[in-house]
Design a protein around this ligand. Sequence first.
Ligand code: AMP
Ligand code: MG
Length: 402
Amino acid sequence: MTLLPVSDALERLLRAFTPVCPETVPLRQAHGRIAAEDIKSRLTQPPFDASAMDGYAVRHADLADGPATLKLIGEAPAGSVFSGTIGPGEAVRIFTGGVMPKGADTVIIQENTEKPAEDMVRILESAPRGKNIRRAGGDFRNGDILVEKGTRLTSRHIGLLAAANVATLPVSRIPRVALLSTGDELVEVGGTVTAGQIVNSNAVMLSTLLEHQGAEVLELGIARDNESSLRIMAEQVRDVDLFVTIGGASVGDHDLVQKVLGTQGLEVDFWKIAMRPGKPLIFGHYRDIPMLGLPGNPASAYVCALVFLLPALHRLQGRRSSGAQKVMVSLSCALPANGPRQHYLRARIDSDAQGRLVADLAGAQDSGWLSPLARSNGLLIRPPQAPAAAQDALIPALMLPE
Ligand code: AMP
Ligand code: MG
């Protein structure tokens, strides 16, 4: 069987996903969720011309002849409105956020004034007409689109929507992902590890990655490497948007995922990708549920999760951009020419004194090793047959999420 190029596999996989339905949530709970529609403002901000500084609201014309002494006719603190009108030779004491009084067109900061008497202010230094005023609607207007559909909502968006008095909003329902580990050798974290056994590290690694990315994860546990165990465990898979298996995806006698699930309703779309690590990845549908069969080696499982699972989740969420962030990095050491598979090298990416992103390999690139993966924060991408890359060469990389 020929190996499928990564880009073809990703395209085929993404075609199988459509965004989940929206639900309405209170603003406070929208953090980290994905806007399911364009979100519009419900008011104009600022709602009125407001002072941007503490000082005095004046008529600019009164300052045309240099320093001037003006009569104070009132105050305009934030939260109340001065009801009068400023006439020639008059000023109003104003504070940041205060409504600009009628007649005034400029605010002079208090640092540039003196108080010769209780009801007088002397303007020592003028300012351009209109200075220190935040105009009504300068930030946004009622009905403006403030957040575009597909945006992941940060606390900054939440603050903006709060200012626009948006109390509830439509976001994508949280996608549900079922995660099934496979292997006779696996013991759950904290269990007793006897001869021949290893800890199921992949399930927690991937669950936490998926949860951080906004999925709800149903950890189904460990299916043993026999037909009945795998069949029984897979029977639990229902009401999910995506089914992920870990391990048993390769060609060994104990790699049963395709063989067993194939008799239980799994239709394979593709298997085996021209990538390293992660070649044995399976994609298909298990009883109409999209299914991703990840290889069991921890670095392979993680790289496949980053390259395929993350974009799939983002597509389910209806995000505008899907997958890990791609950046260009310069190499701290030369790399040899690449073979026929796209190679993802675990690397540490940091900015140097000039702010350039520089990548160091994070140690051995063994697909079973977790410590280089944990040290890394990026994956260098070496396309199939890429020529050798010199030190300082710029190459593409994927940044790893937290
Ligand atoms: P497999 O893909 O099932 O052939 O497994 C490949 C390698 O990954 C083997 O050394 C397994 O022991 C290991 N492995 C499989 N599943 C997990 C898991 N959930 N956590 C940690 N290692 C695993
Ligand atoms: Mg196995």
